[in-house]
Design a protein around this ligand. Sequence first.
Ligand code: PMP
Length: 353
Amino acid sequence: MSRFLSQKLQGLEAYVPGEQPRDKRYIKLNTNESPYPPPADVANAVGKAEIEDLRLYSDPECTALKSAVAKQYGVNTENVFISNGSDEVLNFAFMAYGDNGAIFPDITYGFYSVFANLYGIKPQIIPLRDDFTVDINDYCGKNSLVVIANPNAPTGIALELSEIEKIVSSNPDGIVIIDEAYVDFGAESAVKLTEKYSNLLVVQTYSKSRSMAGARLGFAIADQSIIQDLEKIKYSTNPYNINSITQIAGAAALNNQAYFDSNSKKIAETREYVKKELINLGFTVTDSKANFLFAKSDKIGGKELYLSLKERGVLIRHFESKRIKDYNRITIGSREEMEIFLKNLHEIIGGKK
Ligand code: PMP
């Protein structure tokens, strides 16, 4: 740290992303990426002309992409905000709506507490139940910024849409963010509630079910007034937040929703298969509706398992925090990748009593 850093940033604890090692090729089951590439529509949309156009600034209004997202979700373009990964819109929302505090679970996406800290928001952190489920009563009638990942991460456990609606309707004077990064793998989206509730902000990403984590593309759907707030922040920080190649790629990807739906289905099927195998091996596994499993074994500690698998070229995600240190989060890859994961797991666990 230099002596010049603003005093208010000196105590900041930055987010630590999952490992992205470049030393060798791992079977990468640690950051919830898709095992499948984007559809051919994307490659076909980015040619020489688009590369030559990189000399120009990108469209700050993301006109074509916004229209494509609006069409896909049956909303108006005024209800859509496009962001540089969903992390960016989450960042903007904490900046915009945290004046009366923020409330979220103790076990959830780690960036929420980083954003709260960044903006001097004192978070109210609510422990999940012992079985890692959310008690929605904890989030009703709070009228501060409520942040719920649905499905939650890293547990993968989802709330019903009726439960989400209860949270939203009971907080008329606070924004409720529903972070739907993993919704396409088996939960129900709250997008349709945005028409009815002007305090609901639904956030989604291209990074998981849409196979485009490297493009850095996210979006949010909400009442027009909320979108205007987010646009104001964007135009006060980085008006050209989405590069032109990503805008083209993002719009082209939506031409082939069927491809994504079929991949999400395959991933959900593989998840259920791997879950059964883990249970057969004695693991405790949560009821994940996401593209990952969250599991612990009585035979081996979370960190030891993570390290043993890493040595064998398989990366999974281990978290140090006390309540979940025995668990690991395992991204669902292709069936072939998961067979290799399971084979290694059998070898590691097989030797343990
Ligand atoms: N929300 C949740 C729950 C996540 O797990 C992630 C991925 N780390 C994100 C948001 C952010 O993803 P991205 O910025 O790639 O859209």
